[in-house]
Design a protein around this ligand. Structure first.
Ligand code: NZQ
Ligand code: ZN
Length: 391
C-alpha cells in the first residue's frame, strides 16, 4: 500500500425532500448571492428548479440563473457564466443537474477570481482558486458531486480535458434526493451505471501490492452496482435501489476506492477523445472502451483482471487458464452491459468508420506519450485498443 492523504470534505445531504434545505445550506456555507446553473430542461420539466428557487427565496438568498448547459459541456458556456457571475456579483455556484452542469459550474467558480483565461487551468499552466460550489444532483454517474475534478471541452479544438484540483473544486455540499433520479431515461441511467463502475475500475486495476481493503471495497461496490442496475432499469421508481445506486456513484469517485494505490485512468483518457470527436455520451463511450482495454490487459497484465473476473463476476477459475478466466469475466461484463442497453463496440455506439489513427494521435497529443499506469500505453498500444473496440 502506498502513502496517501484522503480528504472528502463535502457535506452529503441525502434522502427524500432534501432539496428543500438548499437555501439554508448555501447560507450555512457562506453564500450571499447564487448563480444557479442547470441543463437543457429536465429540472424545469420536473419542477425541481422551482423548488430550489423557493428554498433560496425562503432563506433570503438572491440568485441569478444560467440554463442550457449541454452534455459534455464546452468552454463557451463557462465564459458566459464567468461574465454573468462577475456582472451580478454572485459569490456561490449552485449547479442543479448531472456531471455536465456541475463541471461547468466548477469551471466558472475557478474562472471568476482569475485574471487570465480559465482555460489556463485545463492546459496545466496554473492551479486554480475558486468560489464555493454546492450541488443538487439529479443523476448518479460522473461522481462530480464528491470529486475535485471538472471536465470541459474546448469546442473550437474538440479538446476534452479533465482537471483535478480537490483542494478547491470539491463541492461544499451535495444534496442527493434519489427521487430526483426517477425521471431519468433508461439510456442515461445505464450510462451512469457504466461510468460509476469505470471510476472504480480505473483505480482497481493497479500494480500496487497489499491493497486488500481498497480492493475489497471496490469489489463490493462493483458487485452491488451490477446487482442494482437491472432493478432500477426494470422499476425506475424503486426508491431503495435508486438510493443505494446513487450512493455507490459517489463512493466510486470521491477518492475512497483510490486510497493507497497507483490509479490508471487510461480508459477515461481514451473515452474523452471519443466524446470530443464524436459527441457520444461519456458512459456509453466507456462501455465500448473498457471491455477493449480489459481484453488487451488480459494478454499483457492479467493478474488483477483475473481477480476482478473471480470476485466481481463470480468466474470459477478451476480448470481454466489465467487467460480463459480473464476472458470469461470480460464476456460476463459485456453481457451485463448489453443487458442494460449499452453498446460494447464502436459500431454499436453509432461510430461506423472510426478514425483510429486520429483518435490515437489526439490521445497522445493531449495526454502525453503514454497514458495509464497498469500498463503504460504508447501510441501503438492505444491504437490496438481502439481497434479491439471495433469488435
Ligand atoms: O440537460 P438536462 O435536460 O438536465 O438533461 C440531462 C442530460 O441530457 C439528463 N438528466 C440529468 N438528470 C436527469 C436527466 N434527465 C431526466 N431526469 C433527470 N433527473 O441526462 C443527460 C446527461 O447529463 P450529464 O450531466 O451530461 O450526465 P453525467 O452526470 O453523466 O455527466 C457527464 C459529464 O461528466 C464528465 C463527463 O466527461 C461528461 O462531460 N465527467 C466528470 C467527472 C468529474 N467531474 O469528476 C468524472 C467523470 O469521469 C466524467 O468524465
Ligand atoms: Zn467517468
Amino acid at each position: 500500500m502506498e502513502n496517501f492523504i484522503f480528504q472528502s470534505p463535502t457535506q452529503f445531504v441525502f434522502g427524500r425532500a432534501t432539496e428543500e434545505q438548499v437555501g439554508a445550506l448555501v447560507k450555512a456555507h457562506g453564500g450571499t448571492k447564487v448563480l444557479l446553473v442547470y441543463g437543457q430542461g429536465s429540472v424545469v420539466r420536473s419542477g425541481l428548479i422551482d423548488r430550489v428557487r423557493r428554498s433560496l427565496s425562503k432563506a433570503e438568498i438572491p440568485f441569478v440563473e444560467m440554463g442550457q448547459v449541454m452534455p459534455n459541456p464546452t468552454d463557451e458556456k463557462v465564459y458566459e457564466g464567468i461574465d454573468l457571475c462577475r456582472r451580478e456579483g454572485a459569490d456561490f455556484l449552485l449547479p442543479v443537474g448531472g456531471g455536465s452542469v456541475i463541471d461547468c459550474a466548477k469551471a466558472i467558480a475557478a474562472g471568476v477570481p482569475y485574471d487570465g483565461d480559465f482555460w489556463d487551468f485545463f492546459e496545466g499552466k496554473t492551479i486554480p482558486t475558486a468560489l464555493p460550489v454546492g450541488v443538487v444532483l439529479t443523476i448518479p454517474a460522473a461522481g462530480s458531486e464528491g470529486s475535485g475534478n471538472s471536465v470541459i471541452t474546448k469546442a473550437a479544438l474538440q479538446k476534452k480535458i479533465s482537471i483535478r484540483a480537490p483542494h478547491v473544486l470539491r463541492p461544499r455540499f451535495a444534496v442527493m434526493n434519489p427521487e430526483l433520479t426517477f425521471t431519468l431515461p433508461p439510456y442515461q441511467t445505464a450510462c451512469g451505471v457504466v461510468d460509476m463502475m469505470a471510476h472504480i475500475q480505473e483505480r482497481y486495476f493497479n500494480n500496487t501490492p497489499a491493497t486488500q481493503v481498497t480492493d475489497c471495497l471496490s469489489e463490493a461496490l462493483l458487485r452491488t452496482i451490477a446487482e442494482l442496475a437491472p432493478k432500477v432499469m426494470a422499476v425506475p421508481d424503486d426508491y431503495d435501489a435508486r438510493a443505494n445506486l446513487e450512493w455507490c456513484g459517489t463512493l466510486a469517485h470521491n477518492g475512497l476506492c483510490g486510497v493507497g494505490v497507483a490509479e490508471d485512468w487510461a480508459s477515461h483518457a481514451m473515452e474523452h477523445e471519443l466524446s470530443a470527436l464524436y459527441g457520444v455520451a461519456h458512459g456509453a463511450g466507456l462501455a465500448v472502451v473498457f471491455p477493449a482495454w480489459l481484453t488487451w490487459m488480459a494478454h499483457h497484465n492479467p493478474r488483477k483482471v483475473k481477480q476482478w473476473a473471480e470476485n466481481v463476476w463470480h468466474v470459477d477459475s478451476s480448470g481454466l487458464t489465467e487467460l480463459e478466466t480473464c476472458l470469461e469475466g470480460i464476456s460476463r461484463y459485456k453481457d451485463f452491459l448489453h443487458s442494460i442497453g449499452m453498446p460494447t463496440t464502436l459500431g454499436e455506439l453509432g461510430i461506423e468508420n472510426p478514425d483510429i489513427s486520429l483518435l490515437s494521435s489526439r490521445l497522445h497529443e493531449h495526454k502525453g506519450p503514454t497514458v495509464g499506469t497498469y500498463v503504460p500505453l504508447g501510441p501503438a498500444d492505444s491504437r490496438e485498443i481502439y481497434q479491439l473496440a471495433q469488435g
